[in-house]
Design a protein around this ligand. Sequence first.
Ligand code: NAD
Length: 354
Amino acid sequence: KAMRNFVHTSHPSRVIFGTGTVGQVRDEVERLGCSRVLLLAGPAVAKAAARVRDVLGDLIAAEFDGAVMHTPVEVTERALDVLREHSADCLVAVGGGSTTGLAKALALRTDLPQLILPTTYAGSEVTPVLGETHDGRKVTQSSPAILPETVVYDVEFTRDLPVGMSVTSGVNALAHAVEALYSPQANPVIDGMALDAVGRIARALPALVAEPSDTAARADLLHAAWLAGTCLASVGMGLHHKLCHTLGGTFGLPHAETHTVILPHAMAYNAPAARDVMSRIAEALGVADAPSGVFDLIASVGGPTSLGGLGMAQADLPEVARLAVATPYPNPRELTYQGIESLLEDAWRGRRPA
Ligand code: NAD
């Protein structure tokens, strides 16, 4: 095979991984030179937040529990008031991509350091990217101030994530890995991480459905989330992420579920233009064909397979297709209105890719 020229940019953050790692959070806050924490945690992660509160003790200056999906600026403004009122000097976030998004939005405005304890597999904690909603429109930006300084992965913090959400969030991570492999910026470092993530996710999801508190499976998934998030941070994504962004931002579909439904179909669309990548993914999954293999994996663990099932109106599909081809972006296969419309039709019906 021909030698490959490449460029690799990494986004430095300090990553602590394991079980019981929450015990290190106080030391990590002090390592950042901070002593007045604004703790961000929603009611769904009350148990994890209580553990963080125990560990941080008097380092907590204030708390805010109002993070919601897609980071609306009104919520950020309210949290900013709390942050200023209590002179917080650092942000500690416990939660999924929505809570991490709020921490990032606050860091962007104040330059305060962030420590994130993820409770889903979305991967946002290792990216310098933030999507914010102004007047119902989602705008994405990237900046070094957005990248969290420290990530503490505690497998215990994911143990209570319900199986259904573990499946969809795990496939959200899988999507980062898949699109990284056929990204124009792909490089050998990222390829290695992406294929490692694919293999871990394929192993972990069935194990988790059999036993939701399986520690090895939880650890595999969280490790994969870190790897896949790192891929997302380093290289550009394609058709799949673009479609999910439109479906979430403009049509209000839920983030992880939408990724789960779209992924096999975006892969099937791109497969003719990314044969080598698809065969490497298939090998990591242990199947003969990657798009149908991903569909079967999702179906076998009870994940959602149709846009119709997520509440998407069939009449809106042409508008999604129009938006998907309106502004060009890199993708292995040329984007045509008809091709995208038929992809969406398949996803809406929940057809297994051939
Ligand atoms: P989320 O953070 O909205 O969480 C989904 C739901 O699960 C919420 O109700 C939450 O409270 C609950 N939850 C979270 N952890 C739980 C746990 N351990 N147990 C029980 N319930 C729990 O969803 P998400 O999928 O993690 O993140 C989606 C958001 O993150 C979207 O807005 C997306 O755009 C953004 N995102 C951004 C990036 C990036 O790099 N900027 C990457 C991925 C996702």
